[in-house]
Design a binder for this molecule. Sequence first.
Ligand code: HEM
Length: 617
Amino acid sequence: MLIEMLDVINVILSVSFQYYRDVVVFGLRKTQNTGQQGTMPILMPGKDHESDQVMVTTILKMTRKSLAVGEGIVASLILSALVAVDLRLFCRVWILSKLMMGESGLISMVGVLCVLVVWWGWKVLKWIWWKPKKLDRLIKEQGIKVTPYNLLMGDLKEIRRQSIEAQSKPMNLSHDIVPRVLPFHLQTIQKYGKKSAFWFGTNPRLYIMDPDLIRDIMSNKFGHLAKLKRNQILGFFLSGVAAYEGEKWAKHRRIINPAFHMEKLKHMLSAFYTSSTEMVSKWEKLITLEGSCELDVWPELQNLTGDVISRAAFGSSYEEGKRVFKLQDEQAELLVQSFSTAFIPGFSLLPTKRNKRMKKCHKEISAILMDIINKRQKAMMVGEAKHNDLLGLLLESNQKEIQENKTKNIGMTMEDVIEECKLFYFAGQETTSVLLVWTMIVLSMHPEWQVHAREEVLQIFGKNKPNFDSLSHLKIVTMILYEVLRLYPPVLDLSRRTYKNIKLGEISLPAGIEVMLPILLVHHDHEIWGEDAEEFKPERFAEGISKATKNKVSFFPFGWGPRICIGQNFAMTEAKMALAMILQRFAFELSPSYAHAPTTVLTLHPQYGAQIILHKL
Ligand code: HEM
C-alpha cells in the first residue's frame, strides 16, 4: 500500500517536473535564444528574467546534488517537490500582487498558492481520472468491452504479474506459446472477446484482430494513424526511419529503399557467407571424435547476425561497426531496465546513473559513426571505388536525392545517416537471430522437416557455396521459415495511435486512441488458421503467402503496407544462407537440457537458451 501511495505521489510530482521543464526551462531557453518571451503566460511583460534564471539554476544545482546520492523515488520526490510549485509563475504573481496591493500582496500570495495547488490538483485529476473515464465511455459506446480502469497504472501491474507467473516455469514441447508469452492479452480476449480493450497506464488500447481492420490500419490510407510517441530515452536509443512520420519518413524511406533492392542484396551475399562460414567452422572444431557436440546456439546466432549486419552495413569499417553495436547492446539493456519508470512523464530526463550512461553511449556511438561516414565521404569525393555496403549505398542514394533536387536541404544530414546506421543494427540483428534460433529449435522438434530441408539444400547446392539465384529457389526452406515466423514471430505486436477522428469498419474512434495489432495472437488464431493453428505445418505455405492467408492480412511478421519492414528480403536471404550452410554440415536435435520457454525481451527469446546437439554429417 505504502509503495502504491509512493508510486502515485511520485507520478503526480513528476508531472509537475515535466511542466516545469516544458514551461520554465524551455521558456527560459527560448527567452535566451530569441530574446522573446517563452511559453509562460506573460504577467510582467518586458521584465528581464535573470533572477528567475538564477533561481532555477540554484534549484537545479541542489537537485543534482541530491540526485547524486541515488536515483528513483527519493530523488524524483525532492526534485519534483522543489519545482512542484512553479516558482517562476509564483514569483511573477507575487511581484504583480505586491505592485497592485502593496504589503497585503503577501496575503494574496497565499491565495495564489492555493489557486496553484487547486489548479495542479485539477490537472492531475484530469489526467488520471477524468480523461480515462471519458475515453472509457466513448469506447463502450462503440460496443467495445474494456477492462476495469485501475487508477494511473491501468492494467500494467496485472500484465507484469501474469507475465512473471507464466514465465516462472518452462512449458511442454508444443507451439501453443501464447499462454506463456502474452498471458494477460490472451485472457482478456477470452473474457471480453476480440472487440475489446485494456488500459496501458491511463490510455485505453484496443485490440485489433480482424484482418480487414489490420489492413485498414497498416495501409493508413488517410494518414490518420501514427506510431506511438516514444519517450526521450528511447529516442537516444533508437530513431531513424522506423520512428519518423509524414514527410520526413517518406524522404528517408525513399533514400534508403534502393540500398535494400534485390540487386544490391546480391553484393552483400559475401558478407552473409563470410560470417556464416566463421560460425559453422567454429562449430566443426567443437565436434569431438564421436562426431557430435552440445551447444547453446542462441548466443552463436546472435553473434552471427551482429557480424552479418556489421559487414553488410560497413564493409571495410567492420571492426568500428562492431564497437558501435556493442554499445547498442548495452543501451538495449539499460532501456529494458528503464521500462518500470518509462511511463512517468519526465523521468527519462532526470540525471540518474542509468540515464547518464545512456547518453554517454549515445555520444560515443555518434562519434564513431561520424568518423566512419566522414572517411567514406572523402573517399567518394576523390572517386575511390564504390562501396556496395549499406552505408555506401545510403550515401550514394542520398547524394542522388540532393543532386536531383538541386538543393542541399533535400537530402539527409550527417546526423540522419548516423541514426539510420544505428537503426539497421537494432532492427536487423535481434530480429533475424530470433528467426534463426526458433528455426533450429523447431527443426529439432520436427526431424522429418529437417530431413526435407536438407535434401532440398543438398539437391540445389550439394556441399558448395550457396549463390544468390539458387537461394531464391529454396522452396521447402522458405515454407519452413514462414511457418516459424507464424508460430514464433520475432515482433509480437505493433501499435498505432489515432491523431484524428477515424472510422475503422463499424467503429468510430476519436483522436488519441491507441490500437494494438497482436501479431502473435493473430498468427495463432484458430478462427483464421483452423483447429491445427498450433501445429507446425509448413505445407500451409506451399503455394505462397497469399494462398495460405486467402489474401487476408493474417500473416504479417514484417508488418504490412507502406511501413512494411525495409529489411525483409535482407533478413530472409541471410536466414536462408545460414540455414543452408548449417544443414549442409550438421544434423541437429534438442539436448535433454533444453527447456522450452519462449519469452519476451523486446522480441521473442528462448528464455533459457537453445541447447542443441550437433552431429557432423
Ligand atoms: C526476421 C527479421 C525481421 C523482422 C521479423 C522484422 C520485423 C519488422 C516489422 C514488424 C516492422 C514494422 C514495424 C511497424 O510497422 O511498426 C519492421 C520495420 C522495419 N525494419 Fe524490420 N524486421 C526484420 C529484419 C530487418 C532487417 C534485417 C532490417 C535492416 C537491416 C530491418 C529494418 C527495418 C526498418 C528500417 C523498419 C522501419 C520501416 C519503416 O518504418 O518505414 N528489419 N521490421
